[in-house]
Design a binder for this molecule. Structure first.
Ligand code: NAD
Length: 518
């Protein structure tokens, strides 16, 4: 069943209040410019984490449908790669306008499927929108290089060409931002794309694809498939797919990296995190506490850039008391409620896992300063809520420290010196981001130099870099060598071709010696 894009687009009815009383919609796939209902007999329910209502059903794309999506992308590549770069940019200019127009609808879908607050969901869309804006300048970003007269009458130049069919595999925590880290850069470089959204919240990807089509993206340039392991493995194995962008957990990321690399594909794999903040005794107390609370509990801790561990250098008691005071003032509620500071976590399984790690920490000797496990939200009693939780006296051998918790849990540790604090951070296997709060330039500079993390914050919690830089996780948080967006993102989605040309009266005679420029 194919639906006409404009008249009955999938999302225009999917988020209407009355849709709760209808049979859940089946999320379409997108193949060759057509939104199609899958023929699959297997599906996954997309569940509203605040209410447990089934928002939609996600049929698992069949192998035939997957092959058809790749074939559509391969077919579209021939024309798309030769479409002028200015035309491709203009489609992105239109897309950013349409995303702004539909910002509220996108945010409502994200809150319904993912649970984060509406304001946070708008931020999710906005941070992706910035990447679309960045893609509008692709002609400059994709420019090659030229050196004239490398030898007498000979010039050399390099061209950045698209790779062909690329694919993106997304996590649940940023349903708009992360697909927008991927396909706008890939397609504006001239590639075609297969997007595999998270099975937990696929709606935003479908909505964004509808907007991309409305903006003028030709049929087959962007395709969407759905599912879990099977479709991911099919992406890794398919000979026509040249590169894979992945964001998610280490288990999936390393599997995909290994499986796709063996097939000769490029892979950029952004994975888990355990982001630390070091707080020096001279840090501004009010601003630092605000930053720790926002970055620890925002999005219920389900951000790869969440600050999940604080290392206080020197006395921690006064800091911890203030943290508790501020965290206690946060309101836990469904993301659609205007007073909500943090919403539910994504699933019952995620809630059980997070509560288990908190319990494990307590049993190992950590002190709960606030314990949000028994939080019940009136009118949303079935929601997967966990209130802000702060564990003190945490040590590096505890499971809650070693594992990524990915929930609203802040771990507090102590160190006697900056040196000791940096050592704690550097011994952790993850290297996504780390921050320092201090009023000492010398301490900040030492931290910046010695810390082993991809993203460094100085008096700011770890920010997702703006798209003219790249998202630069390191150690176990990243596999690959070209990061997402920024200059590296363009390099990832393009292949260099180096051309040497000679335009002169050609010399006579044959020389078999190695040509040199002397
Ligand atoms: P996840 O790994 O469970 O799922 C991510 C994607 O991989 C999904 O599309 C899923 O269908 C697929 N998948 C899951 N397990 C798989 C397997 N064994 N084989 C093949 N495919 C598989 O991750 P998630 O729970 O959706 O997202 C949370 C994780 O993502 C956290 O670890 C978080 O730190 C990480 N994350 C990292 C960044 C970053 O930039 N470093 C950004 C956002 C999220």
């Amino acid at each position: 069943q194919i639906y006409a894009l404009r008249s009955t687009s999938w999302y225009s009815t999917a988020t209407e209040p009355s849709s709760q009383h209808r049979k859940p919609r089946r999320v379409p796939i997108l193949i060759g410019g057509r939104f199609i209902e899958s023929q699959s007999s297997q599906s996954i329910d997309v569940i509203n984490p605040a209410t447990q209502e089934v928002v939609s059903q996600l049929p698992l794309t069949t192998n035939e449908e997957f092959k058809a999506a790749v074939s559509a992308a391969k077919h579209a590549f021939a024309l798309w790669r030769s479409t002028p770069i200015t035309t491709r940019q203009r489609i992105m200019l239109k897309l950013q306008e349409l995303i702004r127009r539909d910002m509220d609808k996108l945010a409502m879908n994200i809150t319904t499927e993912q649970g984060k607050t509406l304001k946070d969901a708008q931020g999710d869309v906005f941070r992706g929108l910035e990447v679309v804006e960045h893609a509008c300048g692709m002609a400059t970003l994709q420019m090659g290089e030229f050196v004239s007269n490398v030898s007498s009458g000979i010039d050399s130049y390099s061209i950045r060409e698209p790779l062909g069919v690329c694919a993106g595999i997304c996590p649940f925590n940023f349903p708009a931002m992360i697909p927008l880290w991927m396909f706008p850069i890939a397609v504006t470089c001239g590639n075609t794309f297969i997007l595999k959204p998270s099975e937990k919240d696929p709606g935003a990807s479908v909505m964004l694809a509808e907007l991309a089509m409305e903006a003028g993206l030709p049929d087959g340039v962007l395709n969407i498939v759905h599912g879990t392991h099977d479709v991911v493995n099919a992406i890794c194995d398919d000979d026509d797919i040249r590169a894979i962008s992945f964001v998610g957990s280490n288990t999936a990321g390393m599997h995909i990296y290994a499986r796709a690399s063996v097939k000769g594909k490029r892979v950029q794999s952004n994975m888990g995190a355990k982001n630390h903040a070091i707080v020096m005794p001279d840090a501004n107390m009010d601003a630092t506490i605000n930053a720790l609370v926002a970055a620890g509990f925002g999005a219920a801790g389900q951000r790869c850039m969440a600050l999940s561990t604080v290392v206080f250098v020197g006395q921690s008691k006064i800091w911890e008391n203030k943290l508790v005071e501020r965290a206690n003032s946060l309101k836990v509620n469904a993301g659609t409620e205007p007073d909500a500071d943090l919403g539910p976590v994504i699933s019952k399984q995620a809630k059980d896992r997070i509560c288990g790690l908190i319990q494990n920490g307590v049993e190992a000797g950590a002190r709960p300063l606030i314990d949000g496990r028994n939080t019940v939200v009136p009118r949303y009693e079935h929601g997967n809520f966990i209130g802000p939780t702060i564990l003190s006296d945490v040590t590096t051998d505890m499971e809650c420290y070693k594992e990524e918790i990915f929930g609203p849990v802040l771990l507090c540790m102590q160190a006697d010196s900056l040196e000791e604090a940096i050592n704690i951070v550097n011994r952790n296997k993850y290297g996504n981001g780390a921050s320092i709060f201090t009023s000492s330039g010398a301490a900040a500079r030492k931290f910046q130099t010695d810390i082993e993390a991809g993203q460094v914050g100085i008096n700011v919690p770890i920010p997702v870099p703006l798209p003219f830089f790249s998202f630069t996780g390191s150690k176990a948080s990243f596999a690959g060598d070209l990061n997402f967006y920024g200059k590296a993102g363009v390099q990832f989605y393009t292949q260099i071709k180096t051309v040497t040309q000679q335009w002169k009266d050609l010399p006579s005679g044959v020389s078999l010696a190695m040509p040199t420029s002397q």
